[in-house]
Design a protein around this ligand. Structure first.
Ligand code: UGA
Ligand code: MN
Length: 327
C-alpha cells in the first residue's frame, strides 16, 4: 500500500515538472527575442527554407504545373560549329579536356572533332562521351607523305588539313541552310568565351586579332572606318589573307553555298588559310569583330612536349608507369 502511494507521488511529481516545462516553453514562444546573438541559426533556417522552396518549385515544374516558356531562347541562337583536328600524343587528353571545358560554357555549340588517325581512338571517344557537349566524332589519317615525321621542323608541312576538310564534307552532307557559324579551333590554342559571342552573328567571314602568333605579340586586321584595309603581320603581308586559322569564322551559309572551297594541303607555307578563304570572300567584305579588332580574345599558345627521360630510364629497369593507365 505504502509502495503504491510512493509510486503515485513520483508519478504526480513527474507530471507536474513536465507541465511546468511545457508552460515555460509556451511563454518563451510568445516573447519577442533579442535576436542579435542568433543570426547564424536564422540564416541557416532561411537557407533551408530557400532550398525547400527550390525543391518544391522543381517538383511543380516537373509535374508541369509551371508553364515553361514556349521556346528556349538559347535554341534560337545560331549554332557555332567548332572544328578541331587532333592527333595522338602525350598531351592530347590534357588539350582536349581544357578545350571541352571551355566549350561547356558556350551556348549552342557543336564540336566536330576529327582525329588524325585510321580509326576513332577510345581516348577521344570516351572523352567526348563524358564531355556533356553536343559533338560529332570523325577521323581521317593524314597521308604518310604529307605527315610531319619525328624531328621535322613543324613548318615543313601543313597540319590538320585533311581533318578540317573532312569536317567541311560532314557539314555539307549533314546541315542544311540552318543559321550557323564555322570556326576552326586547333586543340592547343586558348580561347576566351567572349570570342564565341563575337563570331556568333557572322554574315560571311568575321575576323579579329590573334595573340602570340607569327613571332609577334599579336597579328590583326587593321580596321579603318569599320573596314579591314590591311593586316598587321610580321611576315608576307602581301598574302591574300595573312591570318592564322584562329583569327576568322565563316558563316555556315557561305560554306554550304561554296561546295568547292577546301583547304589546300599543297599550298605553300603560310598560304593554308588563304587557300580556303580566297574563294569565299574579299578583303573589303570581312567583318571586323572584337571592338574593331582592338581586343585579343584568342591566343596561339603551344604546349611544350613533356620530357620522358625518367620514364624511359625506369622502363629500362621494368619499373615504368602502368601502360594501361590513360594520361
Ligand atoms: C599553325 C596554325 O595555327 C594552324 O592552324 C595551322 O594548321 C598550322 O600552323 C599549319 O601551318 O598547318 P601550329 O601550332 O603550328 O599551327 O600547328 P599545330 O597546333 O601543331 O597543329 C594544328 C592542328 O592540327 C592541331 O589541332 C593539331 O592537333 C592538328 N594536327 C597536328 C593533326 O591533326 N595532325 C598532326 O600530325 C599535327
Ligand atoms: Mn598550334
Amino acid at each position: 500500500m505504502k509502495m503504491r502511494l510512493k509510486l503515485k507521488s513520483v508519478f504526480v511529481l513527474y507530471f507536474m515538472v513536465s507541465l511546468l516545462g511545457l508552460i515555460y516553453a509556451l511563454m518563451q514562444l510568445g516573447q519577442r527575442c533579442d535576436c542579435t546573438g542568433h543570426d547564424i541559426p536564422k540564416e541557416r533556417v532561411i537557407s533551408r527554407l530557400r532550398g525547400e522552396l527550390h525543391r518544391l518549385q522543381e517538383q511543380m515544374r516537373k509535374s508541369g504545373e509551371i508553364q515553361q516558356p514556349q521556346k528556349d531562347p538559347k535554341s534560337s541562337l545560331p549554332t557555332i560549329f567548332v572544328i578541331t583536328p587532333t592527333y595522338a600524343r602525350l598531351v592530347q587528353k590534357a588539350e582536349l579536356t581544357r578545350l571541352s571545358q571551355t566549350f561547356l560554357h558556350v551556348p549552342q555549340l557543336h564540336w566536330i572533332v576529327v582525329e588524325d588517325s585510321n580509326h576513332k581512338t577510345p581516348l577521344v571517344r570516351d572523352l567526348l562521351a563524358k564531355s556533356g557537349l553536343t559533338y560529332t566524332h570523325l577521323h581521317v589519317a593524314t597521308a604518310k607523305e604529307r605527315k610531319l615525321q619525328e624531328g621535322d621542323p613543324n613548318w615543313l608541312k601543313p597540319r590538320g588539313v585533311e581533318q578540317r576538310n573532312e569536317a567541311l564534307h560532314w557539314l555539307r552532307q549533314e546541315t542544311h541552310k540552318q543559321q550557323g557559324v564555322v570556326y576552326f579551333a586547333d586543340d592547343d590554342n586558348t580561347y576566351s568565351l567572349q570570342l564565341f559571342e563575337e563570331m556568333r552573328n557572322t554574315q560571311r567571314v568575321s575576323v579579329w586579332p590573334v595573340g602570340l602568333v607569327g613571332g609577334m605579340k599579336y597579328e590583326k586586321p587593321v580596321v579603318e572606318g569599320g573596314k579591314v584595309v590591311r593586316f598587321h603581320t610580321g611576315w608576307r603581308p602581301s598574302r591574300p589573307f595573312p591570318m592564322d586559322m584562329a583569327g576568322f569564322a565563316v558563316s555556315l551559309k557561305l560554306v554550304l553555298a561554296n561546295p568547292d572551297s577546301w583547304f589546300d594541303g599543297m599550298a605553300p607555307m603560310g598560304f593554308l588559310e588563304s587557300s580556303f578563304l580566297q574563294g569565299l570572300v574579299t578583303m573589303d567584305q570581312l567583318e571586323p569583330k572584337a571592338d574593331d579588332c582592338s581586343l585579343v580574345l584568342v591566343w596561339h599558345t603551344r604546349t611544350e612536349k613533356p620530357k620522358m627521360k625518367r620514364e624511359e630510364a625506369l622502363q629500362a629497369q621494368g619499373l615504368g608507369s602502368d601502360p594501361h593507365m590513360e594520361v
